[in-house]
Design a protein around this ligand. Structure first.
Ligand SMILES: [Zn+2]
Length: 155
């Protein structure tokens, strides 16, 4: 078959957004989802779309849909990555505290610092997971892409 430039151009119109030259982000500014506010909302434990209803049903379980704006939130895949992220951020904080304690002349045993790291990791699990869910929502990763395609009016 002979190659036709106009035909190939027309055919990209029906490709999913991910395969288009513009990437996953829509050109329409009304449909854009800024990633930083979404991550900050997730950090606070509220829905990344509206920022008002709770993100967690209980513990680390994310709600299926937002109670206020009805945004589907079960598309996230933040279950396995949230623990390493929380542990990494907690390690940075504990290392900073260790340096400050060293300068101040405090000498805690190593197991105490390890315990502090574990406690800090546990405390950071919810904020870390929320921020990752917010990022995945804003970038339309995983099922969020299809949820956004099904509801084009909702940014
Ligand atoms: Zn919401």
């Amino acid at each position: 078959m002979e190659y036709d430039r106009t035909m190939s151009k027309a055919s990209t119109r029906y490709l999913p957004r991910q395969s288009r030259p513009g990437g996953t982000r829509p050109r329409n500014p009304a449909l854009r989802r800024p990633w930083l506010p979404a991550m900050l909302r997730g950090l606070r434990g509220v829905c990344p779309a509206c920022g008002e209803a709770a993100l967690y049903a209980s513990g680390l379980k994310v709600v299926k849909t937002c109670a206020r704006c009805d945004e589907e939130l079960y598309h996230h895949r933040a279950n396995r990555i949230s623990l390493p992220v929380a542990a990494f951020v907690a390690l940075q904080l504990v290392a900073l505290l260790m340096s400050l304690a060293h300068v101040a002349g405090l000498a805690w045993p190593l197991w105490a610092w390890g315990g502090l790291w574990a406690v800090a990791t546990a405390a950071l699990l919810r904020p870390a997971k929320g921020a990752i869910v917010g990022l995945q929502w804003a970038l339309r990763l995983h099922g969020f892409q299809y949820a956004a395609m099904c509801r084009p009016r909702r940014p």
